[in-house]
Design a protein around this ligand. Structure first.
Ligand SMILES: Nc1ncnc2c1ncn2[C@@H]1O[C@H](COP(=O)(O)OP(=O)(O)O)[C@@H](O)[C@H]1O
Ligand SMILES: [Mg+2]
Length: 276
């Protein structure tokens, strides 16, 4: 077995027929490994939502195949179970149920899968995970936009999905709340190992992800993997004025670092400075 979680094969989706037909996805071949954090970018109407909907079995392809977690989605025995357990969705608008508390909203997808007691325990854990441990009793309209989107993320994680699909999750948020949601998703990817695809127009997302898939007119036009983020950070640090001072270059010294701190940083940076 490979560690591949998603594979699409000649995936094509056409809406409508004849003159008015729209080729929303056109021969998309995409492979995503377990544990990846992928940004899907491209102009409005290029097919991003269509792709996510097909990956989450919310819609069916016109032709081609979608495989998720080793299953061909066209041959699923139980689509509802797949949607409930294997994928979690976060949309631009959170779609929380307005009359249920934050905790109750998070419990909704667990109904039929867990007992009431276990649902409550798990929902509390999930709210804590998204930084809302103390807001479980709040109704959606008592929460900020960013907090509501956090609840939506917790709800999407309810059944421990292998794959989280986030379609413009920051689209209706101010930039600070948006940054916090992106940081949360990146953190969940790191700490929970959840594979995440984030559709976004936002260039800042690039910093939080390891891979950027760009689409245009229903096709993937580029698929760029970033190098190891740690490596990129170290290079930036080595090149910075701080890094240069620590390395003792250009006669600069740092008085406020303790000797052992400076040595640790120096050892680290020397490794990269030698290479660069
Ligand atoms: N249900 C639908 N019926 C007809 N056309 C659709 C439907 N959904 C999307 N489209 C069209 O398919 C194309 C891709 O749409 P979409 O995947 O929503 O793009 P994006 O999410 O990148 O903005 C667009 O031209 C859009 O108008
Ligand atoms: Mg869209």
């Amino acid at each position: 077995m490979t560690d591949e979680l998603i594979r699409t094969v000649h995936l094509t989706k056409v809406y409508g027929v004849g003159e008015t037909a729209v080729r929303a996805l056109d021969d998309v071949n995409l492979s995503v490994a377990r544990g990846e954090l992928v940004a899907v970018m491209g102009p409005s109407g290029c097919g991003k939502s269509t792709l996510l909907n097909l990956l989450g079995a919310l819609d069916r392809p016109t032709s081609g195949e979608v495989w998720v977690a080793g299953e061909n989605l066209a041959r699923l025995k139980n689509v509802d179970t797949f949607r409930a357990k294997t994928v979690g969705f976060v949309f631009q608008l959170h779609n929380l149920l307005p009359t249920l508390t934050a905790l109750e909203n998070v419990e909704v997808p667990m109904q039929g899968h867990l007992s009431a007691g276990k649902r409550r325990t798990r929902a509390k854990e999930l709210l804590a995970l998204v930084g809302l441990a103390d807001r479980g009793a709040a109704l959606p309209n008592q929460l900020s936009g960013g907090q509501r989107q956090r609840v939506a993320v917790a709800r999407a994680l309810a059944n421990g999905p292998a794959l989280l699909l986030a379609d413009e999750p920051t689209g209706s948020l101010d930039s600070q709340s948006g940054d916090e949601i992106l940081a949360l998703l990146a953190d969940l990817n790191q700490t929970q190992g959840t594979t995440i695809l984030i559709v976004t127009h936002d260039r800042r997302v690039a910093q939080a992800t390891q891979r950027i898939v760009r689409m245009s007119d229903g096709r993937i036009i580029s698929d760029h993997r970033l190098a190891d983020p740690l490596e990129e950070d170290l290079r930036a640090l080595a090149d910075s004025r701080l890094g240069q001072a620590i390395l003792g270059r250009n006669g600069a010294t740092l008085q406020h670092l303790r000797a052992e701190e400076q040595m640790a940083l120096q050892r680290l940076l020397e490794r990269w400075a030698r290479g660069g």
